[in-house]
Design a protein around this ligand. Structure first.
Ligand code: UN1
Length: 517
């Protein structure tokens, strides 16, 4: 914590005096345009990166493909051993990487560190999987036949990640891709390149020390053309994309046109529902974190709050008070007591302002915030600071702004009369990532997770919409996309699957009783 920015960056092998190469294929290089990475809390540049040029991307793609051909023959438990060494190397730098996330993304220290822990957790999970993955043996209907599912690596996994989880989301994909026998190529967000550089350096040093190609963890930093190279390349077998619905729709379509797999983790428009019998103290604290954590910039952030009309006025008044206390602790994210950091970019700032304007036009009543933060200390003047907003509506019906995801701390609030009505509102938007219910009645809980309950990929009860642990499959439904990442059986998506039938009789027995003689 007492390190200077330059010391911190140099402890992670990032230069602040010369441009850092932004492409890696076993060697570091870069011939594209130079970009700078900025600290979002004060607008100051952190370091310069030379992006990957078009030719550079082709070099990384080829190297990854070649590396995948080496790695696919390595037994899975050996892959797991290497994964464990990578996990330990990440763990050795957990505080430094966490602080880098804080500096470059803008999230507070505990959340930055927590994000690295999320990588370590999924790495542990992957190590375990490396001793257990495989298909099942299926009973054959024919005598002396053996039928089994066989899984093999897909080849090269392209990971396009977003600024808000600049390390963990790559960690989810990389860890599963590695133990299932694939190479990865990472295209991080252009605004968090240093997190990607530092992580790739740590991982590839381990790979090389163990005698494996560093290109198993390829990197290409750059903008849309680098992303397009990954999506369009024949060398890439699956694209795992995290980002906006608009962009994700195109990525999904481009992949489908090429018969390429895709995992899409797109927008969330997550609701929390508070019933009259809820533990209101728990609900309040849980919703406060879900709405304000990472300054409202998680895909799992609670964006819509539905409170039963009988408790609405008191509950909402308490939440306004809680927003007030939390906002007093807004400031430099690297300071220990800070709860709310800056927005990551100028673009997010504009998104916030536009959404507030639209909400007002549509009849929303601002209960808290809704403006730029003007009392900001001098040293933070260059940052993207806003006061988190709470906006109340008589109804969400016919209100457009509550139907889209604004990546900023804005909580839209309305009331309801019955659980059925609340579930209908929850399900009425295009997105389907995360959803939370607060109640003390178990019948409500089962209704929530039942066939007529929430349609989201994540169903929470007395828990925040955000802050998932890695053990469960992570992902959403509807316009949030398709596929699942991190836990559960998500690893299966990184494999190609075969059903193998072995006839060890001397008969040409047919299935379904067919006779062909
Ligand atoms: C994201 O915001 O893209 O559940 C991922 C959470 C985190 C992951 C969020 N574990 O909030």
């Amino acid at each position: 914590q007492n390190l200077s920015v330059t010391d911190l960056l140099s402890s992670l092998d990032i230069s602040t005096s010369a441009p850092n190469a932004g492409a890696y294929d076993g060697q570091w290089f870069g011939n594209g345009e130079q970009i700078q990475s900025f600290n979002p809390s004060n607008g100051k540049p952190l370091a310069t990166i030379t992006q990957a040029s078009d030719a550079d991307t082709q070099r990384v793609l080829k190297a990854a493909k070649a590396a995948s051909k080496v790695w696919r023959n390595v037994p899975a438990p050996e892959r797991g051993r290497v994964m464990r060494l990578i996990r330990n190397a990440i763990d050795d730098k957990v505080d430094e990487l966490g602080m880098l996330i804080t500096l470059e993304m803008g999230k507070i220290v505990t959340e930055g560190r927590g994000e690295v822990v999320e990588f370590i957790d999924v790495a542990d999970y992957a190590v375990g999987l490396s001793r257990s993955i495989g298909g099942t043996v299926v009973p054959s209907e024919r005598k002396k036949h053996f039928m089994t599912e066989v899984c093999h690596p897909l080849g090269v996994i392209g990971v396009i990640s977003a600024f808000n989880f600049p390390i963990a989301v790559f960690g989810w994909n990389f860890s599963l891709a590695l133990i299932t026998g694939n190479a990865s190529i990472w295209k991080p967000s252009e605004t968090t390149p240093l997190c990607a550089l530092a992580t790739t350096k740590i991982i590839t040093r381990v790979l090389e020390a163990e005698g494996y190609p560093g290109a198993l963890c390829g990197l290409m930093i750059g903008g849309g053309s680098v992303g397009a190279a990954l999506v369009e390349s024949k060398e890439v077998d699956l694209v795992s994309f995290t980002g906006s619905e608009a962009r994700g729709k195109l990525v999904g379509a481009e992949c489908a046109m090429r018969f390429k797999q895709s995992l899409l983790e797109l927008g969330g428009n997550n609701a929390a529902i508070v019933l009259p019998d809820a533990n209101q103290d728990l609900a309040l604290r849980s919703i406060l974190f879900a709405a304000l954590g990472t300054a409202g910039q998680r895909c799992t952030t609670t964006r819509r709050l539905l409170v039963h009309s009988s408790i609405a006025d008191t509950f909402i008044a308490s939440l306004v008070k809680a927003f007030g206390s939390a906002t007093k602790r807004m400031g430099a994210p690297e300071k220990k007591d800070t709860l709310i950091g800056p927005l990551h970019s100028k673009l997010a700032f504009e998104g916030y302002s536009n959404a507030i304007e639209q909400a007002k036009k549509e009849g929303g009543k601002i209960l808290f915030g809704g403006e730029k933060w003007t009392e900001v200390q001098d040293e933070l003047k260059g940052g993207n600071w806003v006061i988190p907003a709470m906006i109340r509506y008589d109804t969400f019906e016919g209100i457009e702004i509550v139907r889209k995801e604004t990546f900023a701390p804005i909580l839209h609030i309305t009331t309801f009369e019955t659980l059925e009505e609340a579930i209908e509102i929850n399900n009425s938007v295009d997105q389907g990532l995360s959803s939370a219910l607060y109640t003390q009645d178990m019948n409500n809980v089962f209704q929530w997770i039942g066939p007529e309950g929430s349609d989201c990929g994540r169903l929470l009860y007395d828990r925040s919409t955000s802050g998932a642990e890695i053990g469960g499959r992570f992902g959403g439904n509807k316009s949030t996309g398709s596929g699942r990442e991190s836990g559960g059986d998500s690893w299966k998506q990184y494999c190609r699957w075969h059903t193998a039938t072995i006839n060890w009789s001397n008969e040409v027995g047919m299935a379904q009783g067919v006779v062909f003689e």
